[in-house]
Design a protein around this ligand. Structure first.
Ligand code: HEM
Length: 128
């Protein structure tokens, strides 16, 4: 119905887990992005991302219970994110979204958000 959250519409936590697992499988072999992740084990980072996305889309607020206010731009400040990093991130995320075989309308809603969020996270200007 109209009041269903996107979290519910996509099938809840298992779908977000699949999305983020696919995404991090790409990150694991990405020559630009992999070195940016401080921990050798990507599992905890994947867990934070899963919980954040679940919360954003109307699921349980476990992310904030564990991590506090998201403040994502601030949390990304230690990492150099330019156009190349943004585009690599989006490439991995696009592949992950496509793997889910979501209803087109839902896939578009999800993607629009992810794309805007990735542009918002950029924190360095490219050299002219
Ligand atoms: C954390 C990179 C965009 C959500 C991180 C971390 C890195 C990173 C290196 C640290 C890993 C960790 O220990 O958690 C990037 C790059 C991006 C990007 C290169 C390119 C644009 C985004 C976007 C979102 C996002 C668009 C959300 C839609 C998160 C979350 C965390 C995180 C939720 C964990 C924050 C925490 O609780 O500490 N990101 N990120 N990231 N990122 Fe990104």
């Amino acid at each position: 119905g109209a009041s269903m959250t996107l979290f519910e519409a996509v099938g809840g936590e298992p779908t977000f887990r699949r999305l983020v697992d696919e995404f991090y499988a790409g990150i694991a072999t990405d020559p630009l992005l992999r070195p940016m992740y401080p921990e050798e084990d990507l599992g905890p980072a994947a867990d934070r991302m899963t919980l954040f996305l679940m919360q954003y889309w109307g699921g349980p607020n476990t992310y904030s219970a564990q991590r506090g206010h998201p403040r994502l731009r601030m949390r990304h400040a230690p990492f150099r994110i330019g156009a190349a990093e943004r585009d690599a991130w989006l490439r991995n995320m696009r592949r992950a979204v496509d793997r889910l075989d979501l209803e087109p309308e839902i896939a578009v809603t999800l993607w629009d958000y992810l794309e805007r969020a990735a542009y918002f996270m950029v924190n360095v200007e490219d050299d002219p």
